[in-house]
Design a protein. Sequence first.
Length: 203
Amino acid sequence: MAFDRLDPGNAALVVIDVQNDFCSPSGVVALSGKDMSGVLEMMPKLIELIERAHSAGVPVVLVQTLHSDETTTEPWRFRTGQRESDPNCVPGSWGAELFEISPHPADHVVTKHRYSAFSSPEFVGLMTQLAKPSLLFCGVATNVCVETTLRDATCADYYATLVEDCSSAYLSELHRWSVENVRRHFGVVVTADDVMDAWNKAG
């Protein structure tokens, strides 16, 4: 019998970078001219999925990016060939705070300083502690931090799953291409309803 990656006893829900600077119409990304409509459209379904995870006893891991002078090296600053002009998710700022999500007392909130959550020793240690072989990924941006973390999960021998309609990018094409890339090479793609239906049947 195939491994059931949606079984609540096997899974943890990993929510990537749902922060004001990345998701709010007043955040750094929006002010730079990016289209936020996909992010705003997916938020109600993401919030519903998080609430259902709590009811199903599935651990929720909220991953936040923080960027400061102490964590921003020269190679990182020039990763695209040009110095970034708009700092985002500065520690202690409004932009770094979670967007439309209030952590449940049982939730795990961890920080990272690069695209992949697996670059954070705090996250890696938590994954070891939780001992859940199946990781369900969602958040923003699908084609950057979500996909990068999911790829690393696959390479670290986790069952990696992308929750398609609880993830978003700033161009719909980038979201679709990332979803297809995951489907072809790195994991399984599901909808929030697929996940919640599985949790209902298990409950």
